[in-house]
Design a protein around this ligand. Structure first.
Ligand SMILES: [Mg+2]
Length: 206
C-alpha cells in the first residue's frame, strides 16, 4: 500500500488495553474504600452509560461521586497518576511500532476521551518513545468534522471501532485501517487482526 508516511493510532483497545485498565481501577478503588467490587463495577457501568453521548468517563468526577473521604480520594488519584503497573499496552504494540519507526513512519494518536485521562495512558506506557508529539490528537469528539480538519491529510488511521472507520471512509481524506482484535463480524476492505499485519502491508514496496 502506497501511503503518506504518517500513521495515527486510536488509543483505547487499539494500542492500550483499556479493559484491563478498568479492572485495575476497580481493584484500586476496592483496596482503598469500603465499597464492594460489585458496587464499584455497577457504579462504573452506570456512570459510563449516563455519559455515553458526547461525554466520556471522567475519573476525577467519578471518584468525587463515589468516595467521600478527601484523603482517600487523593490517595486513589495519586496512585492512578503514578502507578505504571496499572497501564498495559497490547503485546504486539512495542515491537511493531519499532518496526514501523524503522520503515520511516511518523506516528501519533487519534484518541477520544477526557484529555487528562488519555494523556496518563501515554505518559505511563512507553508510547511516547514512538510517537511524534506533534501528532498527538486527543479530543472528546473525534468524529467531528472540525477535528478531522486538524489531522494530516492522506495519513493512515488505525482504529478498532467500525463506526469511526465508517466516518473516516466517508470523509475521504484519510486511509482508515480497521483493527479487528476480537474477530468481530463486520466487513471492511482494509482489515487487520493485529499490528504485525499492518507492518506486513506497509513494508511491501509500492
Ligand atoms: Mg478504540
Amino acid at each position: 500500500m502506497c501511503v503518506m508516511k504518517i500513521i495515527l493510532f486510536d488509543l483505547d483497545r487499539t494500542l492500550f488495553d483499556t479493559d484491563w485498565y478498568y479492572e485495575q481501577i476497580v481493584d484500586l478503588i476496592e483496596g482503598n474504600t469500603e465499597l464492594s467490587e460489585e458496587a464499584i463495577r455497577s457504579f462504573i457501568l452506570e456512570y459510563r452509560a449516563n455519559n455515553r453521548y458526547g461525554k466520556w468517563f471522567n475519573f476525577l468526577k467519578f471518584i468525587d461521586d463515589v468516595v467521600e473521604n478527601d484523603t482517600t480520594k487523593k490517595e486513589i488519584v495519586d496512585t492512578l497518576k503514578t502507578d505504571v503497573s496499572m497501564y498495559r499496552l497490547f503485546e504486539d504494540v512495542e515491537l511493531n511500532l519499532e518496526q514501523l519507526q524503522g520503515l520511516g513512519y511518523k506516528m501519533g494518536v487519534y484518541s477520544e476521551g477526557v484529555p487528562w485521562f488519555q494523556e496518563l495512558k501515554l505518559q505511563n506506557t512507553c508510547l511516547l518513545d514512538f510517537l511524534d508529539t506533534e501528532l498527538v490528537f486527543i479530543t472528546e469528539m473525534k468524529r467531528a468534522i472540525e477535528f478531522l480538519d486538524t489531522l494530516p491529510e492522506s495519513c493512515v488511521i488505525v482504529d478498532d471501532t467500525p463506526e469511526v472507520i465508517e466516518v473516516l471512509e466517508k470523509d475521504g481524506r484519510f486511509v482508515p485501517v480497521w483493527l479487528n482484535r476480537k474477530g468481530v463480524e463486520w466487513k471492511y476492505g482494509r482489515e487487520i487482526g493485529g499490528l504485525g499485519e499492518l507492518v506486513d502491508i506497509l513494508a511491501k514496496p509500492c
